[in-house]
Write a protein that binds this ligand. Structure first.
Ligand code: NI
Length: 166
């Protein structure tokens, strides 16, 4: 097991679109395990492979933060979405920033699990937000992209400055 380094906004590598996983083998399972470990260590409730510079369509989520409800989605595909919610989001790649974003209230996604089996998940509220947020990462999109460009520039400056001050 190993911890990945998490890329930070505005790192251009976060803009790389992920490629679908063609075969869920032991290499992929090791990446999934290391992603869970990295997420729990951070700690966070979701992590996309894009954030650890692995450009494969893999997401890990655990709303419990403590390993009780690990959820892995490989090659997630949105089948259905309905309603809207407007909740505060944060991101391990955009540390210390929390902003309200509009998302669907309820979604259904299809994905593969760590064994390569297809499953369907219907999620609402925070879990729907989390799945959509992580699926955005796989497209190279960040939650700050949902904000106005003025707000995004302000966040970028703040984070770049915070890193220089470290
Ligand atoms: Ni994120």
């Amino acid at each position: 097991m190993a911890l990945f380094n998490i890329l930070q906004f505005p790192d251009p590598k976060l803009r790389t679109p992920a490629k679908p996983v063609t075969c869920v083998d032991n290499t992929i399972r090791q990446i999934v395990e290391d992603m869970f470990e990295t997420m729990y260590d951070a700690p966070g409730i979701g992590l996309a492979a894009t954030q650890v510079n692995v450009h494969k369509a893999i997401i890990v989520i655990d709303l419990s933060k403590e390993g009780q409800h690990p959820l892995c989605l490989i090659n997630p595909k949105l089948l259905r979405s309905q309603g809207t919610q407007y909740e505060e989001e944060g991101c391990l790649s955009v540390p210390g920033i929390f902003e309200k974003i509009e998302r669907a209230q309820e979604i259904t996604v299809q994905a593969l699990n760590q064994n390569g089996d297809t499953f369907t998940l219907t999620a609402e509220d925070l879990l729907a937000v989390c799945v959509l947020h992580e699926m955005d990462h796989l497209k190279g999109k960040l939650f700050v992209d949902h904000l106005s460009s003025i707000k995004r520039q302000r966040i970028r400056k703040k984070l770049v400055k915070a890193r220089q001050d470290d």
